[in-house]
Design a protein around this ligand. Structure first.
Ligand SMILES: [Zn+2]
Length: 522
């Protein structure tokens, strides 16, 4: 059986949702969808079967491609759910993104029995995370969130102790969305680099399976609207971010807030992506910032505009903290390119694990990584290995932890007294000329040069632990380029003053002007 669906959308300034349906009236074992756009266009769709279950997904800049849903993973395109092809009414849910030219496409749907045609995308992979058995939509019913993985042996010469700092990357794309690598290529690159885990975050598509590997691969999705992107990391099932109206849910302020709430309800991490990277910066003015767990301070440092966008994001982050919005920093390579490929001719190539986010966990499981990252037990790095600890009254704290007052009842009168704290740190793999900068309450307070023959560093301070304070650390190189960034330790309870993104965006405008001035002075 074959259907030809053709459509042309008008020149809409906003992404538009449309549905095309076809009736399957004969038995079939596979379904192939040939998409052809008149010119290259950003195209997104998902396919639902006659039971309403999502069976295929795709998001990319394309002119031509073929997606196949077959009886097995080996015969099906990535992003699909292989299995029985039920008869009845199937639908293609399409989101056309705005462009200078209107979206004009044809979809040829073919259903058949026997020889299944090959698709243009890599296959789903033998490690299926989703099948057709669950009632919930795209439910990770086959994914084991508590399976324990072995840490990379490449990075650690001997077997690492547990708990440990595990190395990973929270943001990347394959050919299922607009990345250029296959899941196998991405896995190999991560293993080669000595990573312990990766998070796969396709644009608006949930990864349904992965090739068999001993690397911990955590499912995520980059919810991608025309006004900003955020990562839902460790989602357990599909969230309807599209809806059935012409304007997709994730395109409105109210709709995006609802999507953010649903991510939280599933226990996943909601992570604000590249918040200051124009034109992909966050533009939803009414987002209450407490809807995010983490903020991607450090997105692919090899992407030229990110050098400045990262510095701006760090400044916004300090402003968030000063206003009681305790978001934890996170890093992501946001990898799209092939191995060795660079955004700038002759520049450093974009690679998985650049930057790396190190997360402190008892053991290496998806659940442990998600929970620890949600609590800020992490730091980001392009090279230096750190072991930051805050010592107070004989106790040791991790980044992300609140330092508590441990005075006994009869010492209550002393509550107003200052407590002595020591920020201890071991540094290895830092280049010659690099240095440490400590920030207290968002202000640079102490600088120390790194001596490559010295591993141990300490900085002492005293705080009244009843007040709200926070301390964070950066490592920079001779040129002041960022090498590592540690999440804050804090004490006291912040009094929240600002909540909405617009209240921080206003501040951003001033920051941008400040940056221009700095450059003129240099
Ligand atoms: Zn993005």
């Amino acid at each position: 059986m074959q259907w030809l669906l053709e459509s042309t959308s008008g020149n809409s300034p906003q992404p538009q949702y449309a549905r095309e349906s076809f009736e399957l009236t004969e038995a079939a074992e596979w379904l192939a969808i040939d998409i052809q756009c008149v010119r290259e266009h950003q195209f997104q769709f998902y396919l639902t079967d006659s039971q309403g279950a999502i069976r295929a997904q795709y998001y990319a800049m394309i002119s031509k491609t073929r997606i196949v849903v077959g009886p097995t993973a080996a015969l099906s395109s990535c992003g699909s759910v292989p299995g029985i092809i039920p008869q009845g009414l199937w639908s293609l849910h399409i989101v056309g993104f705005p462009a200078e030219n209107s979206l004009s496409f044809s979809l040829k749907v073919t259903a058949g029995i026997g020889d299944c045609p090959a698709g243009t995308l890599p296959i789903t992979g033998d490690q299926m995370w989703i099948n057709t058995e669950s009632d919930a939509q795209l439910h990770y019913n086959l994914y084991d969130w508590n399976r324990e993985y072995k840490a990379s042996l490449k990075r650690n010469l001997s077997l690492p102790k547990m708990p440990s700092w595990f190395a990973g990357d929270f943001h990347m794309h394959t050919l299922l969305s607009d990345g250029k690598r296959t899941p196998i290529e991405l896995t190999q690159a991560a293993v080669q680099r000595g990573l312990d885990f990766i998070v796969i975050t396709e644009h608006n598509a949930m990864t349904t399976g992965w090739p068999v590997t001993s690397l911990l691969v955590i499912p995520g999705v980059e919810i991608t609207s025309s006004k900003g992107h955020f990562n839902a990391i460790g989602l357990s099932e599909w969230i309807d971010f599209v809806g059935n109206k012409s304007v997709p849910i994730m395109e409105t302020e109210e709709g995006m807030n609802r999507v953010l709430d649903e991510v939280r309800q599933q226990g996943a991490i909601s992570s604000l992506n590249h918040p200051m990277l124009i034109p992909y910066e966050w533009q939803f003015k009414e987002t209450p910032m407490e809807k995010f767990d983490t903020i991607e301070l450090w997105n692919d440092p090899t992407y030229p505009d990110n050098v400045e966008a990262t510095e701006q994001a760090i400044r916004v982050w300090d402003e968030l903290w000063a206003n009681g919005q305790l978001l934890w920093g996170i890093g992501g390579s946001d990898l799209h390119l092939l191995a060795g490929e660079s955004y700038v001719e002759g520049g450093k190539s974009a690679e998985v694990g650049d930057p790396t986010t190190f997360v402190w966990c008892d053991k290496l499981t998806a659940n442990e990584i998600i929970n620890a990252a949600k609590q800020g037990h992490s730091y980001m790095s392009r090279g230096p290995r750190l072991s930051p600890v805050l010592e107070s009254a004989g106790r040791h704290y991790l980044p992300g932890q609140q330092i508590l007052n441990h005075l006994s009842n009869n010492q209550e009168n002393d509550m107003k007294q200052l407590s002595e704290l020591t920020y201890r740190l071991q540094v290895t793999d830092a280049p010659v000329g690099s240095y440490l900068i400590w920030f207290i309450d968002g202000k640079e307070t102490h600088i120390e040069n790194i001596d490559i023959n010295e591993m141990n560093y300490a900085y002492s301070l005293s705080w009244n632990l009843e007040d709200f304070h926070w301390i964070r650390l950066e490592v920079r190189d001779e040129q002041r380029a960022l090498l590592a960034l540690v999440n804050p330790f804090y004490c006291g309870v912040p009094i929240s003053q600002k909540r909405l993104w617009s209240e921080f965006v206003n501040w951003k405008t001033e920051a941008v002007e400040g940056v221009v001035d700095d450059r003129a002075n240099n």
